[in-house]
Structure formats: structure tokens, C-alpha cells
Design a protein around this ligand. Sequence first.
Ligand SMILES: CC(C)(COP(=O)(O)OP(=O)(O)OC[C@H]1O[C@@H](n2cnc3c(N)ncnc32)[C@H](O)[C@@H]1OP(=O)(O)O)[C@@H](O)C(=O)NCCC(=O)NCCS
Length: 304
Amino acid sequence: MGAPGRGRHNAGVKITALSDPHPGPSSYRLAWVGAAEDGHPVATAYLRVFTAEGAEHRTEVEVSVHPAEQRRGAGTALLAEATAAARGLGRRTMVAGPVDAGSPGEAFLSARGLRPVLALTYARLALEDAEVAAALAEPHPGYRLLSWEGTVPDELAATFARSRRAMDDMPMDEADVGAETWDVERVRSIAAAVARRGDILCTVAAVDDADGTIVGFSELVVPGAGTGDAQHYGTGVLPGHRGHGLARWMKAAAIRHTRVNHPQVTGLRTDTADSNVAMRRINDALGYRPTHRSILFQLDLGRA
Ligand SMILES: CC(C)(COP(=O)(O)OP(=O)(O)OC[C@H]1O[C@@H](n2cnc3c(N)ncnc32)[C@H](O)[C@@H]1OP(=O)(O)O)[C@@H](O)C(=O)NCCC(=O)NCCS
């Protein structure tokens, strides 16, 4: 990789390496701009380098070439630059995507030797059609629900951070993600990062009445303007509390929370691994309808 700010030529594209001045709570980014011989920019690449404990082997690449400049090797040149940087950092894997099935991105990543590791179905719930009364009315003896917006309340922070391991065994097929470590500081800094972007993080949690601990959660992010579609983040239930309908209950509560508190939001979007049968069933039952399929690709860098 060239030093930041220094340009060099590769397959007719002049590449300038940059670095993102704003590192996030669990990653930072390197960036490259590709320019044509006459100097106008034609492509960008970002390499996200994960820094959270348990994710230090991972990177994620995003290459984008101006539509009028595609099929001239710019994507290949920038991908090579990002791959070299990931290797240089001693990282074990580089993932790309997810890209839509049948898109130029899928053809490109296959052609460049990355392999498909995870198939995802994207789905959307039109809030005007959502029916959650029945799901909310079902009894769940021994449990109650809580919800909050923004950062977790202090008195729940420790138990909420511990509940994050509910995501550890989420089906990821062949994607090399590893199990991440969560603590209160990380939970708070992620909420702060969403707030800095101007968006609203909404969380519903399931609490075990016996000891007051959080045993499951469902997160979604509402755009700051309060309009358009909100995006689901994770939904997870700790292994000892699965099979009691808590995920569906929390998701139904998240739907109601959005309707009541953000009435101008029109839809909720979610993406689920095709192999995650439990979550797909919940989404189907709550009225989410598939919009498209995507594929995550991975390059094994063979180190670390
Ligand atoms: C995917 C993308 C980055 C490719 O950039 P590019 O500069 O056009 O790619 P290259 O010219 O280096 O293509 C290399 C090879 O990939 C394959 N490929 C790329 N685009 C393709 C397409 N539209 N259809 C079929 N194969 C394609 C080909 O095998 C190509 O070699 P060839 O032209 O000799 O046949 C570009 O289409 C893009 O910006 N798409 C939107 C963003 C995206 O999907 N990024 C990928 C996720 S990281």
C-alpha cells in the first residue's frame, strides 16, 4: 500500500491511498481513490479494519466504480490494493458485500477469486399492514419486556452487555466471523455512534422475572428524520431461554414501539441468513415479505 496521500499507477488507474480520520468504536477504515489518466476520479475502495476483541482477524472491503468506467479494470486494481493492505496488517479474512444475487458485484467478486460464504434474504414489513396484537397478547409467564431509545439505562448496562452473547451462534454458514466480546463500554459506544449519525437506536429487551437479568434483545435503527424505513439490527435470545417465543414477542413489541413513537416510519427492513430458519419463520409470521437476495463473499488471506 502506498503511504497516505501518495499516488501510484496500476492498470491505467492512478491510485491514491487515504485514511479515514474518524475511527469508529470497533473499527477504522482505509480508503483509496482511483483516477483515470486525465485525473478525474473513477472509483473508490474502503477497507474496514475491525478492532473489537474477537474480530481482530477480520476486514471488510467495499469497491465502487463509476458506472461509465466499469469493465476497464479499475475495480480489480482497487481490490488488489485493499487485499494487499489487509494482508499487510496480518488479517486472516476479507469479506465483501453482501451483493445482490445476479448483480455486477457478484460476477466481479467471483471472477476475482472470492468465494460465496453466506446467502441472505432481505425482507420488508409495510407498517400499515402489520398485525401484532395477537403476538403481543400471547402469555410469556416468567418474562417481561422493557424498551428504551438511545443508550441502555445505567442500571441495565451490565446485564444488557452480557446478553449480547445471544448472537454468538447466529448462523453465519462459512463466513469467518468468530465470537465477539462485549462489555458495557462497547455497548455504550455503539449507541453513541448511532446517535452521532443522527439516527435513533431503539431496543426491546426480554427480562427474566426470576432474577431481573436481560435474556434477549431486539434492536432497530430509525432514521433521524423519523420518516422512511427503519432497519432492524440484531435480535437474539440467550440459549437457556429459547423456545418460549421471546424473539417473536420482542420483534412484535419493536413493531408497536415504532408505530407509537415514530408514526411517520412506513416500513421495517431486515436481512436474515437463508439458513436461519427460526428467524425467517418469525419474520414470515409477522408479515415481513422478501424483497431480494444477497450473497456475502470472502477471501481467506491465510494468516493470523
Ligand atoms: C463490481 C464493480 C466494483 C466492478 O468494477 P469494474 O471496474 O467494472 O471491474 P473490472 O473491470 O476490474 O472487472 C473484473 C472482472 O469482473 C467481472 N465483472 C465485472 N463486472 C461485471 C459485470 N457487470 N458482468 C459480468 N462480469 C463482470 C469480469 O470477469 C471482469 O473481467 P472482464 O471484464 O475481463 O470480463 C462495479 O461493477 C461496481 O462498482 N458495482 C457496484 C458496487 C459493487 O457491487 N461492489 C462490489 C462489492 S465490494
